[in-house]
Design a protein around this ligand. Structure first.
Ligand code: GUN
Ligand code: ZN
Length: 473
């Protein structure tokens, strides 16, 4: 067993900050001089350096100075084969898929292309501080294979699965219910629970899967109850109208996935922009989950997710945040937080009653405000809860896998260093509020330049080129 330790300033969560309105810091754990002890990638001790240090007098220790160390970021919704489709002008979801996405994803049927794409994909997410993704692939099994193979080489905790679409896609890209079923079965057997890989049965969206393909999804989940289910839901009004036209027997979009017994624990519906109150309630009741992808929703003009609705204490739904890259125009979760904050603020222009007093909802409006506590919870422990992997990652609790990010709160675009000096007299954070203020600056003013180091299972997996390497004490 190899034991090692990280010394530094740590910030993680022990609870959901939305449960602590007015006292959000009580959901966070801030350790200004802490020690994280790791055995073979698993956290075995965590706490104040003064208390934990003496218990491990001879442990090899890396001192990460002048950084805030948080759990690695969790991206609950990203498209691996869209790595190259960033920045396509002026289109909404359905024409954007046809013009840009399907032709590019079709290239991933070529193993060499898929392998090269996987290297680029994982390089980019690690440089953004992301250590876990739930990822869509394409209709080609080699695409899913190369995704899991590269994740395995990097020892990363990932969820993914063959992404089925057998209608509303070009012939050169569509699969069939039978090929989807047999390929998914083989991939589940090869990768699910092998190393850190987890498998998700992945119908791309109800608009793209025939009733026969949805039945195959139901069968796969019934035959492998332990697997995840990942898809899109209620993203774009044209898409929603299309789904309801294909399924007139269903009252709403969620009803289609319910009809095939897919909605429950480990189900993630990406976007969820236009869900009715009743759909939110059913997602809550079934312990399923949604993924908030603000950058994508803004970039593709899909709409504004109701964060304050999803966090209603009477019907709180599990939730991760996601880039939805390439629908989202950034790789990183820090950028997602910037978008999420702004979506909340725009929703509040309605909810504060200033446009129409009859639509005022002070409680929902308060929940829309994405403080640093709510934000960093959502991309760490909250995201892990949303994806049902909080027994494995998301915080520095003993027994979890040691994935973490060292954030340099002074790095970012021009001006961010001066802004950062407003806090803690320009020094290291001393209190939890200092840390929260610095992290808010990172998510709103900063960008991926703030990611100085990313560690996976206790090993350094990324170091920013100009960042001073951590010192070894
Ligand atoms: N719905 C179905 N496929 C996709 C996709 O690739 N991106 C987004 N944003 N929505 C989808
Ligand atoms: Zn998506």
């Amino acid at each position: 067993m190899t034991t090692k330790a990280i010394r530094g300033t740590f910030f993680d969560f022990t609870d959901d900050p939305w449960k602590h309105v007015g006292d959000e810091e009580s959901s966070a754990r801030f350790v200004s001089d802490g020690l994280l002890v790791i055995d073979d990638g698993i956290i075995v001790a965590f706490g104040d350096f003064d208390e934990v240090g003496p218990l491990y007098p001879d442990v090899s220790t890396t001192h990460i100075e002048h950084r805030i160390i948080t759990p690695g970021f969790i991206d609950g919704h990203i498209h691996f084969p869209q790595t190259r489709v960033l920045g396509a002008f002026g289109l909404q979801l359905l024409p954007w898929l046809q013009k840009w996405v399907f032709p590019e994803e079709a290239r991933y049927a070529d193993r060499e292309y898929a392998r090269d794409g996987a290297v680029r994909f994982f390089d980019n997410i690690l440089a953004s501080g992301t250590t876990t993704v739930q990822a869509f692939t394409s209709t080609a099994p080699v695409c899913t294979e190369e995704f899991f193979e590269e994740a395995t080489r990097r020892n990363m905790r990932v969820i993914s699965g063959l992404t089925g679409i057998d209608q509303n896609a070009p012939d050169y890209f569509a699969d069939t219910p039978e090929s989807f079923y047999s390929n998914s079965t083989a991939l589940i057997e090869k990768y699910h629970n092998v190393g850190r890989n987890l498998y998700a049965v992945t119908p791309r969206f109800a608009f793209g899967s025939s009733p026969e393909q949805m039945q195959k999804c139901e069968q796969l989940k019934a035959e492998h109850p332990d697997v995840w289910v990942n898809t899109h839901i209620s993203e774009n009004p044209h898409e929603i109208r299309g789904v309801l036209a294909l399924h007139p027997e269903c009252d709403d979009y969620l009803g289609v996935y319910e009809k095939y017994n897919l909605v429950g624990p480990k189900f993630s519906g990406g976007h969820a922009v236009w869900l009715s109150d009743d759909e939110f309630k059913r997602i809550h009741d079934s312990d399923a989950s949604v993924t908030f992808c603000p950058h994508s929703n803004l970039f593709l003009g899909s709409g504004l997710f109701r964060l304050g609705k999803a966090t209603d204490p009477d019907m709180r739904v599990r939730m991760s945040f996601g880039t939805d890259m390439g629908g989202g125009n950034r790789f990183g979760m820090l950028a997602v937080l910037d978008g999420a904050y702004k979506v909340g603020m725009i929703n509040n222009t309605v909810l504060d009653g200033s446009i129409d007093p009859s639509r005022m909802n002070a409680a929902e409006s308060e929940r829309n405000k994405l403080s640093a506590f709510r934000a960093f919870y959502s991309i760490t422990l909250g995201g892990a809860e949303g994806l049902y992997i909080d027994d494995k990652v998301g915080s520095f609790d003993i027994g979890k896998e040691a994935d973490f990010v060292a954030l340099d709160w002074k790095a970012g675009p021009p001006g961010s260093d001066w802004h950062a000096e407003l806090i803690a007299d320009g020094g290291d954070p001393v209190t939890v509020d200092d840390a929260a203020n610095m992290l808010f600056g990172v998510m709103i003013v900063g960008d991926e330049r703030a990611v100085a180091e990313t560690w996976v299972m206790g090993e350094k997996a990324y170091q920013r080129a100009d960042a001073v390497a951590s010192t070894f004490a």
